[in-house]
Each structure stands twice: as C-alpha cells, then as structure tokens.
Design a binder for this molecule. Sequence first.
Ligand code: DQA
Length: 153
Amino acid sequence: MRILFINGPNLNLLGQRETAVYGRATLADIRRRVARRARALGVQVDFIQSNHEGVIVDRIGAARKRYAALVINPAAYTHTSVAIRDAISAVALPTVEIHLSNIHAREDFRHRSLSAPVCAGQICGFGPLSYELGLEAAVALAKAAAKSAGKRP
Ligand code: DQA
C-alpha cells in the first residue's frame, strides 16, 4: 500500500518560518518521522512539497492509479483553493487533511477550510505528530476501502 503526502506553499521553509507557531522541525525532519512510522505500519510513503497550486492539482489528479490514500497539508491554499478541493473530490481517494497548528485557534480567515469538507477528516494542532496521525488515519481508511471493494490492500 502506497500513501502520498502533499505539502503546500511555504512548508519548505519549516524550521525557520514562524517557529513560535510551527516549531523548529524542518520538512525533512517530519518526512523522516513519517517514514519511520510508515515502516512500522508496513506501508510505502511518497512525500512532495510545492508552492504552486497547479502542481498540487496535477499531483492529486495523477494519484488515483498509484496511491491508496492521500494526506494533504494544503497550507495557505486550505483557505482559498477551490481547485484543490475539486481535485480531491474528483480523484475520490480517501484523503486526510492535516495541519501543524490548530487553525481554529488562530486568525478568523484560517478557521475555514475549503478542502476539509471533501476529506474524510481533519487533524490539526499537533505539530509534526499531525503528520503521523494523518498517516495512521490514511492507512485505516485505505484498508477499509480495499476491504469494502473486496480487494487485498
Ligand atoms: C498550516 C496552517 C495554514 O493556515 C498556513 O497557511 C500554513 C500552515 C499548518 O500546517 O498549520 O501555511 O497549514
């Protein structure tokens, strides 16, 4: 089973960006944590980051054949992107939205997520642990989907 992690704009700057909000872990540190957890769960993970909405839309659209589930931190696009929401809807893969910070405890404009309603659920506020919890949720969803389709995961 293969899971795709998609990271949106400015997450390449983690570790130096607003560390009081996002902490000191870099995206590479988080990727290592996810890879360790993936090994323990016996699944494969691919991990991408882009600052470009269209690239993210393309990667979601191309995910259908290769991946059993998606875990996405759309970053600022969470609050603005109808295109990313529509791509998640269109690809119809089990999808988990994650955030490092608790977006509901921050500025009003961050309270609304355009993508969360088309995801299975949202995990936010746990720092890098949000990524590991997102992986756990995605694996459980993918297994359930494979079971209901009568396939082996
Ligand atoms: C974020 C929260 C977003 O509001 C923000 O634009 C980000 C990061 C998070 O992981 O906490 O870039 O998605």
